[in-house]
Design a protein around this ligand. Structure first.
Ligand code: HEM
Length: 397
């Protein structure tokens, strides 16, 4: 079976419903883990792996869980194949230059001050424009995440909400399994705008290199087309998730007054709040791989050439790994959760996100607005499962 035929000899989950998944995927994940943690899902034409053990094994065995996925939508959406769709050593050569500016020390030395400036700027705007009430998602989370990414990419003059729109379009294209032309048209428009901005950025960075991700990729001598593919990947992967983590953290703290009081009294705990929030509401629900050989997992043989969806959001609620997995508990023993993946493809922006969101943007929000609370009179909305988060979180202060 390559990516087209149905693997009839696998257990099948024909009951998965896109509306249920978008509304609240966790009951479906629970059923998958309980009934068959390795299962053929006609809905997405993939074998789904939903256990912690299975996802963890897949992440750590790229020689059989290959990232070189055939005929994927991502390359079409971005206009080329970025590093996340490659295996080592090809992947490692493109990843190493990014790491040079995204390790914890560089985050402290180069980026932390910028993250602070950006968070302050959009918080002041929200307070000024909102006069006591706002949608935290659009007024704060989105512009903070977008501006941080503009800076890290060496594109400080790009309008942050343009970058946010490109990100939304690239993500829609990457998920465009139904091949909707309207979505490809949006991707094409956003690619053209992004490429025009990159014309200026690349010319400037060749003259005057700086510590940005784009500059690091250029300095490594990578072909310009590949630099552009990886910048577009970073735009699609580095915006949505930090944005969602701002609102996820606030949503969770507002429902856990005791833990909220604890972290406000002891700011050392912010890292734990961030990590536990990424576990419970993992912004990237599923990642894709392709089997490079027959794989026996949980007693089921996945034939070579099969597209596999590893459901990280389900793995992170596996009771075999986490006690009371649906409970928000910032005092869990420190250990691995898979919100950022693991192994060679583990998120390149993990330290940036932890610092920018977990240690700067959300703590600042509570410091400056001690009266912040959810607005009970206006509904919040959640959406998505492959990428999931709050699309609206009304707050008052
Ligand atoms: C809370 C925020 C974030 C979450 C939860 C997250 C999650 C992830 C996940 C699950 C992966 C895939 C790992 C895998 O395939 O094994 C990934 C990859 C990646 N992320 Fe993030 N991410 C976040 C923020 C960021 C940011 C801020 C950036 C950029 C500055 C970024 C850049 C990347 C890149 C470049 C990759 C590809 C890595 C590779 O293939 O080697 N991410 N991320």
């Amino acid at each position: 079976m390559t990516t087209t035929a149905v693997p009839l000899d696998l257990p099948t989950a024909d009951w998965l419903d896109p509306a249920d998944l978008a509304h609240n995927p966790y009951p479906s994940y629970e059923r998958l883990r309980r009934e068959a943690p390795v299962v053929w899902a006609p809905l997405v034409k993939k074998v789904l792996v939903s256990s912690f053990e299975g996802c963890s094994f897949g992440e750590r065995h790229p020689e059989v869980f290959s990232s070189n996925v055939a005929g994927g939508t991502m390359a079409k959406a971005l206009g080329g194949r970025p590093l996340i769709r490659k295996d080592d050593p090809e992947h490692a050569a493109e990843r190493a230059p990014m790491n040079r500016t995204l390790r914890p020390k560089q985050i402290m030395d180069i980026w932390a001050d910028k993250f602070e400036i950006n968070a302050r700027r959009y918080l002041e705007e929200m307070i000024f424009n909102g006069r006591g009430a706002a949608d935290l998602n659009t007024a704060y989370a989105a512009p903070v995440a977008a501006k941080n990414l503009c800076d890290m990419l060496g594109m400080p003059d790009v309008e942050p909400m343009d970058l946010a729109r490109w990100s939304i379009d690239f993500i829609a294209g990457t998920g465009n399994v139904l091949d909707k032309q309207e979505i490809w048209d949006r991707c094409e428009r956003s690619r053209a705008e992004c490429d025009a901005a990159l014309d200026e950025t690349v010319a400037r960075l060749r003259r005057r290199p700086d510590p940005s991700i784009t500059s690091m990729l250029l300095e490594a001598g990578m072909a310009e087309e590949q630099v552009r593919n990886n910048v577009k990947l970073t735009i699609s992967g580095g915006m949505n998730e930090p944005q969602h983590m701002i609102t996820n953290m606030v949503w969770l703290l507002e429902r856990s007054p005791e833990q909220k009081a604890e972290v406000l009294a002891n700011p050392e705990l912010w890292k734990q709040v961030f990590t536990e929030a990424t576990r419970l509401f993992s912004p990237i629900g599923m990642i894709t791989r392709q089997s490079a050989a027959d794989i026996n997992l949980h007693g089921v043989v996945i034939p070579a050439g099969t597209q596999i969806g590893m459901i990280l959001a389900s793995a992170n609620r596996d009771p075999g790994q986490f006690t009371q997995p649906d409970v928000f508990d910032i005092h869990r023993p420190s250990g691995t959760n898979l919100a950022f993946g693991a192994g060679v493809h583990q998120c390149a922006g993990k330290w940036a996100a932890q610092k920018a969101i977990g240690e700067i943007a959300v703590p600042l929000l509570y410091r400056e607005l001690p009266g912040l609370r959810l607005d009970q009179s206006r509904p919040e909305t959640w959406d998505g499962w492959v990428f999931r988060g709050l699309t609206s979180l009304p707050v008052v202060w």
